[in-house]
Structures are given as structure tokens and as C-alpha cells.
Write a protein of this length. Sequence first.
Length: 341
Amino acid sequence: MKHWASCERAGSQRCACKMCMGAKHGWTGAVALAKDNTPHRRDDLRDAADERWRAAWVGHRPENRRISYPKKSAAIISVVADIVDWLAADYEIHGRSTDSRRSSGERAAEHVETAGPDDLAAQSAASGQSSLQASALGDTAARPPAAKESSRVAAGPGEPPRLSLVDQVEELGNALTNVVLRDIERAHHGPIPDTTKVALADHFWCDLLAQLAHVLSEGVTTVERLTGKVPELVTQLVLESRREADRLPLEEFVVRTAVNSLWKHLTVLMPFGWLVLVKRMVPIVRVLAVLMCKAPERHEAVVRYCVDPLAGQLREETKRRLLKVLGNWLTGLEGHDDEAA
Ligand SMILES: [Zn+2]
Ligand SMILES: [Zn+2]
């Protein structure tokens, strides 16, 4: 898929990229950063996050209790920087043994594309930009299966081997375009209408992932699980949350097709039973949701069901920032430290 660089590195909070329909937004740039051989660009992201946080509080008067979106957005960039560092550290252990160690820079050089006019327009229209300073982009093409297999590392006694976390995030992200989006196209019996494309780019994917993580980790009873109710529950939650948050409307069959497609993909990918699915897959689902959401500070499900439970991977300073500006959505932040590993 030809694609804009600015969408991949989350260049705009209002990105309405009709090429990927939001399915490649942000996460591809973050994956490349996590896989980068040198830490410099990750350090740049961290510095940019700190600077953004500092700048957001310049001129703040303590008597003003309103927390502005730039403050919330700055805290979220700190979250992204921490997640990228976590993925990079895991990649050192689980991911660096294969792929003939071509640097992400080399791969980026083959695939990087310049921002197109749509993106530039979207960027200039955005009031607050959430550029993650991810200056280079990696390719997002899945590796050949042989490479994937050889890079799987045993996770522990009796547990199936696993890819690095960032490879799993990449696989799941690629499945959104290679599997789920294709199923949505098929369900339309023709090209996806522009209104649907723009609606999909309006927090659809991050919401789908966040609601799925919620249902898998806490929102499903044994009976519902055993009777195959997970996709229906997620479908209803996504439809409800779009209505409540006043997102661009999507037809029910589009949401249902996407949920069924993703669910089928996950259960085939994780044939090791429910517990492994939840333990292994839910953190991946959460990470992808956070990385691809254009503005988690405006997306309650992403903060509640994804950022909050990943708190164990965040620096103390980042948690402090989050509690200061998004505390009302982070009821479990201090209690979830061990869950996300
Ligand atoms: Zn895009
Ligand atoms: Zn979102």
C-alpha cells in the first residue's frame, strides 16, 4: 500500500488519510523507532515529549483548574515514548537475532514516501499537532514466514514461543490492512465509499482494539466466552462508544465485519487457548491502540482500557503526568502495575 509518511508518524491529530483509512496511522513510525539500531531517535522522542510537557505548562495559573488538551496530549506523548522504549528493550532480547539485521533506516530508505497534499492540508488545518518526531519510517510489509518462525523465542517452560513484542504489534497492525480492511472491502461488494473511509479514520481502529482488550480482559463472562459472544459484544461496544463520543457514523455491518475478521485472525494466530490469548495478545492489542490513536487524550476507551493497564511499563514521571491531567480516566493506574508484562 502506497502511503503518506506523515500519517505513519502520526503527523496530525486530524489526519483523515483515505489511503489507509487510519489503519496505518502512527504505529508504523513507532515500530520503526523501536527497531532502530541506535537509541538516538528514541532519545529525540523522549526529549520532544519532555519539552512538550514543559511548554504546555508555561503561563499556567494554579487557580485555573481546567486542563487543556495540549497538556493532556503532552502526557500522552510521554506514554508513547515509554512504550517505544519498552518495545525496543524487548526487541534487543527477542527480535535482533534474525532479519539479517538490516537497519530500519535501510528499510525506510527503500520505502519512505513523501507527504502528499491531503496530509499537508490536514496538518495545517490541525490546531494542535501531535508530531511524534519520528523522523524516519520503516517498511510495514510482513516478513517472510520463514524469518518469523526462526525469530520465535521460547517464552518460558510450557509456553509457546513468541516473537518480540514489536514484531507482534507489527503483525497485528499489518493484519488490519491486509486482512480486516480487505474483508470490509469485500463486504461492500466494491470500493468503500468516501464517507465510510473518513469515518474509519475517525478513531475506528483504536476503538475496536480498545473495546476488544476490554472485553478480553474483564468484560466477558465464561458463558459469553464459551458461546462465542465475544465478537457481538465488541461490535455493540464499538457502536455504542461511537454514538456516545459523537464520532462519524459507521454502518453496523462495517463494524461487525471488522470485528469478526479481527477476531477470526486472532484466534487462528493464538491457537493456545483462552488464557494464552488474553495474556499474550491483550498487551499487543493495547499497545497498537495507543500507538495508532490520533488523540488518546480525546479517546476515553484508549486511555481506560489500554494506557491505564500498561502503566507497569511507564516511567514514574509519565504516570505522574498522566494522573495530573487524565486522572479521571485512570482509576486503576496504580493498581495495574504487574498486569501488562
Ligand atoms: Zn494513512
Ligand atoms: Zn482513538
